[in-house]
Design a protein around this ligand. Sequence first.
Ligand code: FES
Length: 214
Amino acid sequence: MKTVSLTIDGKKLKAPQGQKLLWAALDNGIYIPNLCALREKTTPSASCRLCWVEIKGKLKPVTACTETVAAGMVVNTRGPAALRLARTALELLLSSNVVDCANCPANGTCELQKIAAHLGVKLKTKRFRKILRNLPLDSSSPEFSYDPNKCVLCGRCIWVCRQRLGIGTLGFAHRGFNRRMTTFADEPRAKSGCRGCAKCVAVCPTGALVLKEY
Ligand code: FES
């Protein structure tokens, strides 16, 4: 396998040619916040807007999940412009999400907690006005429940259900603030053709999809 040499945060490393920068950094112990990326997804959706980095020679920050590594690339994951963009994206996300860590099954494993700590952002940030969606929970599945109020719309569950498993019961509906992950015709999960494999739960980065054993 051909590799390229690059530098991330002062660390010289090698990465497979053609690899996306996000995976090269993570594989080498350098954390870059991310929610919507999945390693198997060869075409990143780049929708969460959290993985900003600065690359020497580029005028503006770029998203690490869409940027391919290149020989001699010099990357700064902690540059002020990249951090400003990532913090704003996170705070906007938090402004419409329920934050109730003490009562959430994902407490301690939630990616939002990790990202907030990494970026120095309070989970109960007050920078933007809090507007909650107050959507009903779906507990119809015997295996898991879905709380759309904790969903970050990363699309990982949709991709896994459709592309990895070939089932495709999930999708996005509506736009903007009303956008949400749902089933065809908004049927409850139990009636949607869901086979209960719970692979969607395994890739959910927050407490939106949780196993009922919790
Ligand atoms: S991980 Fe890059 S935009 Fe979501």
